[in-house]
Design a protein around this ligand. Structure first.
Ligand code: COA
Length: 158
């Protein structure tokens, strides 16, 4: 059950790429995705319309979220919380932070992809009002080479 914690959410840019990539990679085992490089994250955060958010507790980083606005659509590119900080509201707060960005930039809708088997993330997004609008067959490939379907979820932002 989520307990109330005052997560400090802070916008981050390309200068924080190393820390962001490190956090992303520490969240990766569950989603079995390829490792992020600091260079790749730096490039991503340098693209206009991309917003990064770092959540911390007592100045200790706990989670990270990346999103990108293109025209009137916002895409959640990454959301992850370190295992030791989960189920305490950090993921929901990061998601709300990104949705607020989408709203501030007048996005009409927010999209994201989630692995079909990722029950925790699917529950989080469902609670936040996201709905399934499509499926991408074999979208993810895990470290053993197995392919997994992704669900495409959408939430109206305006
Ligand atoms: C998904 C993830 C970001 C959730 O972060 P979190 O900080 O634990 O989420 P929250 O504490 O804010 O959870 C909010 C609600 O989402 C749901 N939820 C979150 N994790 C859940 C889980 N493992 N099982 C069931 N429900 C879950 C619950 O309804 C929860 O509310 P509750 O704790 O009061 O029941 C985190 O588990 C994670 O980083 N996983 C690995 C990376 C990943 O899968 N990212 C998403 C890729 S699309």
């Amino acid at each position: 059950m989520t307990t109330a914690t005052a997560w400090q959410c802070m916008a981050v840019g390309p200068a924080a790429a190393e820390l962001v990539a490190e956090l992303q990679n520490r969240c990766l085992p569950e989603i079995g995705a390829e490792a992020w490089s600091a260079e790749g994250v730096r490039d991503m955060l340098a693209v206009s319309g991309t917003v990064g958010c770092l959540a911390s507790e007592a100045e200790s980083p706990a989670g990270v979220a990346l999103g990108r606005q293109v025209a009137d659509e916002f895409e959640l590119l990454f959301l992850g919380v370190l295992a030791e900080h989960r189920r305490r509201g950090c993921g929901a707060q990061l998601l709300n932070w990104q949705l607020a960005q989408a709203k501030n930039h007048s996005a009409a809708r927010c999209y994201l992809e989630v692995a079909e088997g990722n029950r925790g993330a699917r529950a989080l997004y469902q609670n936040a009002g996201f709905q399934r609008v499509g499926v991408r067959l074999g979208y993810y490939r895990d470290s053993s080479g197995l392919q997994h379907d992704a669900l495409l979820l959408c939430k109206t932002v305006r």
